[in-house]
Design a protein around this ligand. Structure first.
Ligand code: BG6
Length: 486
């Protein structure tokens, strides 16, 4: 492996995530020997100016994590270079190919997806799509199945599927991989992991930030396409998939595709019952006044900043187990979690004729703000009460007896794992073409139903958990969303 080229190397993703990730990898001695890192973008800056900007961004992040080390930076600086290019022109890319020299190139496209097709075509003509080269595509690829296919066809003309790494950064998160370890590295959960023991599953990705000046992108996509089509369906797949025969990329992805294929289609009639969309109003968030989405956008928009959906998986394992997903901006908390809600005991021997004092077991797989997997189990409250008193206790399954104090000193950026894997050619944690297609197909039905119904998103207050209709989605089935203090 010779080089990693970051197209859009001066942009937000590269500066905030990719270059700090590369620094941390270098810090831990994980970057391939001799790896060159080349920023490539339109802006006419010199390598020295670029490297100074990279240092600023990397140093701030590394200092915040107490991992800044001048020796590591000197090593990274020696790898770095910059070239001003028009990535859509083969002529402009040829000098870049020459600079890279012999050896394989991994190109990361951290640019607007509207340029992907033209860039890969130019890369092919410039010799940056040789059989040993790879390309990493950041989401979103397309905004529906049709536009995804148009872009991906151009990618497929230049690269074989094994050379293409479609990023979903959620798959690089430590707890997501820990979910695989939990499910397939233990025997005790598997017999319970089905509709006999599980009542329902909830997936929540809450963010407190608003859309702000990202609206030109966001207004085209909305929460459904920005978060649910990718991150949330990926989480759903990992919870619901059958055990793969090994961790090979295709073994895992075959199982995920089967889940996506089993998602019950959402018809126009269903859409009103099983989907909710919302948009934040003005109000206060974190004690500060905040504008509504429409005010940020500058005109009235029907784009949803919140979505909640009930998904049903029509197969033997999951028949009758709803998967509720919700995500939104300007919600009460920055919190990402998967809740596995087990069924209640069939009969309580502790109370009289209600089961109120016996809470059903609940596994919470928390990705943010903490990374943890915990299981609530009922326990006897110590004491000599005449009638035995129960209490739920939380067991941490991630940090063991050390509890949360046993966690590693630094939380890794999800891109660290993914950059390493892409450079090593391991696509287990990347999205295969058919997966992305199936996810778009399912999500397109929802966006189409919304468009045809001509309805508007429900308003919700900043700092809430979305519109009341999202609570009703569960309440109608006798359930409610997990709350942090539960
Ligand atoms: C991105 C979305 O993919 O994920 C953003 O485009 C969102 O809108 C972000 O804020 C959330 O990522 P994380 O890792 O902070 O949960």
């Amino acid at each position: 492996m010779t080089a990693l080229v970051l197209f859009g190397g001066g942009g937000d993703l590269a500066m905030r995530m990719l270059l700090p990730s590369l620094y941390f990898l270098d810090h831990d001695g994980l970057l391939p020997e001799g790896l060159k890192i080349i920023g490539a973008a339109r802006s006419e800056e010199t390598p020295a100016e670029y490297i100074a900007r990279v240092r600023q961004s990397v140093e701030a992040k590394a200092r915040a994590d107490k991992a800044w080390d001048e020796t590591v930076w000197a090593r990274m600086e020696a790898r770095l270079d910059y070239m001003a290019v028009d990535a859509t022109s083969a002529e402009s890319l040829k000098p870049l190919r020459d600079k890279v020299g012999q050896g394989s190139v991994t190109s990361f496209l951290a640019v607007s997806p509207s340029l992907y097709a033209r860039i890969v075509t130019a890369m092919r003509a410039a010799g940056l799509a040789e059989p040993e080269d790879r390309v990493v595509l950041e989401k979103p690829v397309g905004r529906d199945l049709e536009s995804f296919r148009a872009i991906d066809d151009a990618v497929a003309d230049a690269f074989s599927e094994a050379q293409v790494f479609r990023i979903d950064h959620y798959l690089g998160k430590e707890t997501v991989q820990n979910l695989l370890a939990l499910r397939f590295g233990n025997t005790i959960f598997e017999p319970l992991w089905n509709n006999l023991s599980i009542d329902h599953v909830q997936i929540t990705v809450g963010e407190t930030v608003g859309v702000g000046d990202r609206w030109p992108y966001y207004d085209e996509y909305g929460a459904l396409r920005d978060m649910l089509q990718n991150h949330m369906l990926q989480l759903l797949c990992l919870v619901a998939m059958e055990p793969p025969s090994d961790l090979d990329a295709d073994s895992v992805r075959n199982e995920k595709v089967k889940v996506l294929r089993s998602l019950r289609p959402i018809t126009h009639e269903d859409a009103e019952r099983v989907t909710v969309r919302g948009q934040y109003e003005s109000g206060t968030s974190g004690g500060k006044p905040v504008p509504s989405y429409d005010e940020e956008r500058g005109l009235d928009s029907d784009t949803e900043t919140f979505v909640a959906i009930r998904a049903d998986i029509d197969n033997w394992r999951w028949a009758g187990v709803p998967f509720f997903m919700r995500t939104g901006k300007r919600l009460a908390e920055k919190r990402t979690e998967i809740v596995i809600q087990f069924k209640p005991v069939p009969h309580s021997i502790f109370g009289h004729d209600d089961r109120g004092d016996v809470q059903a077991n609940r596994m919470v797989i928390e990705l943010q703000p903490e990374e943890d997997i915990s299981l609530s189990v009922m326990n006897k409250r110590p004491g000599l009460d005449q009638r035995m008193q129960l209490q739920p206790i939380q067991m941490s399954l991630s940090w063991g007896v050390g509890g949360k104090d046993a966690r590693p000193p630094r939380r890794r950026i999800a891109y660290e794992r993914l950059l390493l894997d892409a450079m090593a050619g391991d696509s287990t944690l990347f999205v295969r073409r058919d997966e992305a297609e199936k996810a778009w197909e399912w999500v397109d039905q929802v966006s189409q139903a919304w468009a045809d119904a001509g309805t508007k998103p429900h308003d919700y207050a900043p700092g809430s958990w979305g519109p009341d209709e999202a609570d009703m989605l569960l309440a109608r089935t006798g359930r409610d969303w997990n709350t942090t203090d539960a």
